[in-house]
Design a binder for this molecule. Structure first.
Ligand code: IFM
Length: 468
């Protein structure tokens, strides 16, 4: 481990800097057959033999559907001022069209009001990957109609829930919801078709634009943005081949999703890669990219969300995917093999601010998995996560010192939860969850984060919680 100041100290961030935690509906809620919820693509994908580690599912997950009030109490005790959560589309609109499900609306109204009652500011994500299965049966995100229905859904959500949150994130990580889901087969619906993936990517971005427009129309005060996953990529060596391989991966991981949102076009080299699948910057009536799409996708937002996890060096290698071998920068001690290199977060934030947007930035996810377990003293000691967080939160201050307008940080995640294809094998939480008993135990990192937030708050410290 590198030497790092591990104290929960003032970082020189402004008093209104937003510290929060993040989760997503399918990863924590459970209650999949309750409250009128319809099936989502994740219910179908988790039922597919071999798709998920140990055949696990989100059927119960953290049982947050029933335990949300106690979970919010714990969040408040830890003095966490903001909570990024997602709405399950199929809980709110079981088939992805038609009227909203009143029980789903009631659940989320209580949840959002519950945040506010406890002084926690909700940041709401409209789409965090759990497409209603009925829409997948009709073709899913590769179909343009899915984006249109998403826009209509966003309008209904704005009408029913829009009074309870100021910040709205339209789509979480379109790269995962398209490429990982329709190209690499790793996520629901588990397809491996590049054509579908490219169409899904464009329609997810279009869905963002339509949702942004709907939120603006119904809730003019709302602050709206999209969250992209941004990986830090750099060539492994000095040669032109490594640089070219890096540029190719950058197109596939980052620029395909950043260019249209922040520059209003895919750009020549992105189009060149995906032209065989129909991607164009020319808008045509019959093509994938239709008249008006790019204006919708790039319509002014209020902030840019960025999720950051990986720091990768890229070596040209004809035997690897797209001729590029990916090497995680050392030290890479997290369970996923991802790096603990906070300078990568600073680099990503700087890149967004210099190459892509003047909008305020929010880090809407960042975190790491380790082998956490309850020790005989009843605690969960996770010094590696404290080390990780000390670095990545200091990186925010470094980015601000370099002139980047980063305004918030949401730690992934509040609870250990269902980590998609990896099931429950990867623990991202600052709160340990015993999935047998549903007992929650704040890890040492939760107490550290509480202290960091206190140290960085202007005004009186938050009240003592029961975990001091
Ligand atoms: O758990 C996921 C989350 O749902 C989306 N961003 C990355 C996290 C860690 O893999």
């Amino acid at each position: 481990m590198t030497k790092r100041d591990l104290s929960a100290r003032p970082l020189g961030l402004p008093g209104d800097f937003v510290f929060g935690v993040a989760t997503a509906a399918y990863q924590i809620e459970g209650g999949v057959a309750e409250g009128g919820r319809g099936p989502s693509i994740w219910d179908a994908f988790t039922a597919r033999p071999g798709a998920i580690h140990h055949g696990e599912t989100g059927e119960v997950a953290c049982d947050h559907f029933h335990r949300w009030a106690a979970d919010l109490d714990l969040m408040a005790e830890l003095g966490i001022p903001a909570y990024r959560l997602s709405l399950s589309w199929s809980r709110l609109q079981p088939t992805g069209e038609g009227p909203l499900n009143p029980e789903g609306v009631r659940f989320y109204r209580e949840l959002l009001a519950g945040c506010r009652d406890r002084g926690i500011e909700p940041f709401v994500t409209l789409y965090h990957w759990d497409l209603p299965q009925a829409l997948q049966d009709a073709g899913g995100w590769p179909e343009r109609r899915t984006a249109e229905l998403f826009g209509a859904y966003a309008q209904q959500v704005a009408d029913e829930l829009g009074d309870l949150a100021e910040h709205w994130i339209t789509v979480n990580e379109p790269v995962c919801a398209s490429f990982l889901s329709y190209w690499w087969g790793m996520q629901a619906p588990g397809h491996t078709d590049l054509g579908e993936a490219v169409r899904a990517a464009h329609h997810l971005l279009l869905g963002h634009g339509l949702a942004l427009r709907a939120l603006r129309a119904r809730r003019p005060q709302a602050k709206v943005g999209i969250t992209n996953l941004v990986s830090n990529l750099a060539p492994a060596g000095d040669g032109a081949a490594d640089a070219a391989a890096t540029a190719q991966l950058d197109i596939r991981f980052n620029r395909m999703f950043l260019e249209p949102v922040y520059h209003g076009r895919y750009g020549h080299d992105v189009v060149e890669v995906f032209a065989p699948q129909g991607l164009t910057d020319t808008e045509t009536d019959e093509g994938l990219v239709r008249p008006g799409d790019l204006a919708l996708i790039s319509a002014p937002a209020d902030f840019a969300g960025v999720n950051h996890y990986t720091n990768t060096r890229v070596a040209a290698d004809p035997d690897s995917w797209n001729g590029a071998r990916m090497i995680q920068v050392e030290p890479a001690p997290t369970n996923f093999g991802w790096s603990d290199t906070p300078e990568a977060l600073t680099a990503v934030l700087r890149r967004l601010a210099t190459e892509f947007t003047d909008l305020p930035l929010y880090v809407t996810e960042n975190g790491a998995t380790f082998t956490d377990y309850v020790t005989p003293d009843g605690a969960v000691h996770d010094p590696e996560r404290v080390h990780y967080l000390a670095g990545y939160t200091a990186a925010l201050a470094d980015a601000r010192a370099a002139g980047v307008d980063v305004r918030g940080y949401f730690l992934w995640s509040f609870l250990d939860n269902f980590e998609w294809s990896w099931g429950y094998s990867q623990r991202f939480g600052i709160v340990h969850v015993d999935f047998g008993t549903q007992q929650r135990i704040p890890k040492d990192s939760a107490l550290w984060y509480r202290d960091l937030i206190r140290a960085n708050r202007a005004g009186p410290p938050t009240p003592e919680g029961s975990f001091s």
